[in-house]
Ligand binder design. Structure first.
Ligand SMILES: CC(=O)N[C@H]1[C@@H](OP(=O)(O)OP(=O)(O)OC[C@H]2O[C@@H](n3ccc(=O)[nH]c3=O)[C@H](O)[C@@H]2O)O[C@H](CO)[C@@H](O)[C@@H]1O
Ligand SMILES: C=C(OP(=O)(O)O)C(=O)O
Length: 444
């Protein structure tokens, strides 16, 4: 079993480049299935396990997909199959994002029903309600959800009970090829939604209002492959900001859109971190003494749930009482038990965690419970006394490209080893690009 071993105590220094956003590239790759003519060329694609998974999903549906040099080429001009089996949805919930494009293009889509996961029950009822409003029949049974429409979907006015990112994306993609106008109210406003809308428009779609709470889509009859560059990953950027803050470091984070994570910047500043824009990126300097603060996770532009566990690692080192309230996912505190193994003093009260800091964090054997928890445990290890060994790295590899290597490049005492203690870098293939099958086998 691979593990990351980190020895605490080094101040980070230098610069690090952020990848394209995982949560933007997954819907963009599925949206490319809307094209019945021409190839889509998607650049700045991060070399992540989730990208390999979504590429495999598309290939299994008969799409022609190549991934080379951070660029994904998708050609879906031939007839596609309309089913995504359990083996993919089990690996990655975002596989449900094939529903909207397939339904719109073929009037049929069948996908294994995603179950709950380590962060919550995560139903897809809002996606399905949206499809129904556009004329689809929904059948759920034998572990699958199957959608059927007679003829073209029709535009509809859809109010989302909550601003779900996935439901907004799936409905936007379905509406892009529907007949007439769709209005999605109370939709998600995340930067990844705007990125998807921009891509749809390049494909010939007519989407306006992305980034606000109402999106209007005028359906078109046909869409075409398009060129698109993925936005920078705001969660990876935020994770490196915490890495600098927790070590009292001084790092430049390159390839960022700081307006995408204002809420994170403002909380870090409250904790005493110095942050400013430079020509090449954002400079982040950690203070000698971190101050406690409170955060409540919310849909964008509120504080992102995907930064909650990393902030917890930081608050464990801050002076005073910090409170984290998680309102987006009902079960995103699995990492608390792992932090306790590192001698963290904290208690869970309902949907909040109360942290008394600063604790004396000690290195320990810990297991990642989801991808952000994996990063958070490594961040805590950067400051803990002695060695922290983090296992279950399959979670980390879903969302971070060579996290240990990038931290080592900033001066951290960190290595990734296999069961024999030999150093490994699962993303060394970034430069050599072996066959995708080898990478899938390596990552599974
Ligand atoms: C691949 C991707 O982009 N993943 C992100 C996406 O996940 P995802 O798109 O799954 O998250 P949603 O915004 O849909 O979920 C938010 C909340 O809405 C609930 N819900 C959602 C859909 C639905 O039909 N019914 C329902 O009740 C969920 O259980 C959750 O409690 O947004 C989350 C919230 O910012 C992020 O943490 C994930 O990293
Ligand atoms: C929860 C996340 O991703 P996913 O929705 O793919 O599980 C995440 O990126 O933190």
């Amino acid at each position: 079993m691979e593990k990351i071993i980190v020895k605490g105590g080094k101040r980070l220094n230098g610069s690090v480049k952020v990848e394209g956003a995982k949560n933007a590239v997954l819907p963009v790759i599925t949206a490319s299935m809307l094209a019945s003519e021409g190839e889509s060329v998607i650049t700045d694609v991060p070399v992540l396990a989730d990208v390999y998974t979504i590429n495999e999903v598309l290939r299994n549906m008969n799409a022609n997909v190549q991934f080379d040099n951070n660029t994904v080429y998708v050609d879906t001009s031939n007839q596609l199959l309309t089913e995504a089996p359990f083996e993919y949805v089990r690996k990655m919930r975002a596989s449900v994002l094939v529903l909207g494009p397939l339904l719109a293009r073929y009037g049929h889509a069948k996908v294994a029903m995603p179950g709950g996961c380590a962060i919550g029950s995560r139903p897809i009822d809002l996606h399905l309600k949206g499809f129904e409003a556009m004329g689809a029949h929904v059948h759920v049974g034998n572990g699958y959800v199957e959608l059927e429409a007679e003829g073209r979907l029709h535009g509809a006015k859809i109010y989302l009970d909550m601003p779900s990112v996935g439901a907004t994306e799936n409905i936007m993609m379905a509406a892009a090829l529907a007949e007439g106008k769709t209005i999605i109210e109370n939709c998600a406003k995340e930067p990844e939604i705007v990125d998807l809308a921009n891509f749809l428009n390049k494909m010939g779609g007519k989407v306006v209002g992305a980034g606000t709470e109402t999106i209007r889509i005028e359906g078109v009859e046909k869409m075409y492959g398009a060129k698109h560059t993925i936005i920078p990953d705001r969660v990876e950027a935020g994770t490196f900001m915490v890495a600098s803050a927790i070590t009292g470091g001084n790092i430049l984070i390159e390839n960022v859109e700081s307006e995408h994570f204002r809420s994170v910047i403002s909380k870090l500043e409250e904790m005493g971190v110095t942050i400013f824009d430079e020509d090449e990126g954002v400079r982040v300097m950690g203070p000698d003494k971190l101050l406690a603060t409170d955060i409540k996770t919310l849909p964008h532009p509120g504080f992102p749930t995907d930064m909650q566990s990393q902030m917890m690692a930081l608050m464990l080192n801050a002076y005073g009482t910090s409170v984290i309230t998680e309102t987006v996912f009902e079960n995103r505190f699995m990492h608390v038990e792992e932090f306790r193994r590192m001698n963290a003093k904290m208690k869970i009260e309902g949907r909040s965690v109360i942290i008394e800091g600063p604790g004396e964090l000690q290195g320990a054997e810990v297991a990642a419970t989801d991808l952000r928890a994996a990063a958070a445990l490594i961040l805590a290890g950067l400051r803990a006394d002695g060695y922290t060994r983090v296992t279950e790295l399959k979670h980390l590899d879903r969302g971070y490209v060579d996290f240990a290597g990038k931290l080592a490049g900033l001066g951290a005492d960190i290595e990734r080893v296999d069961e024999n203690g030999d150093q490994v870098n699962p993303f060394a293939h970034v430069t050599k690009q072996p066959a995708d099958d080898d990478i899938m086998a390596e990552l599974s």
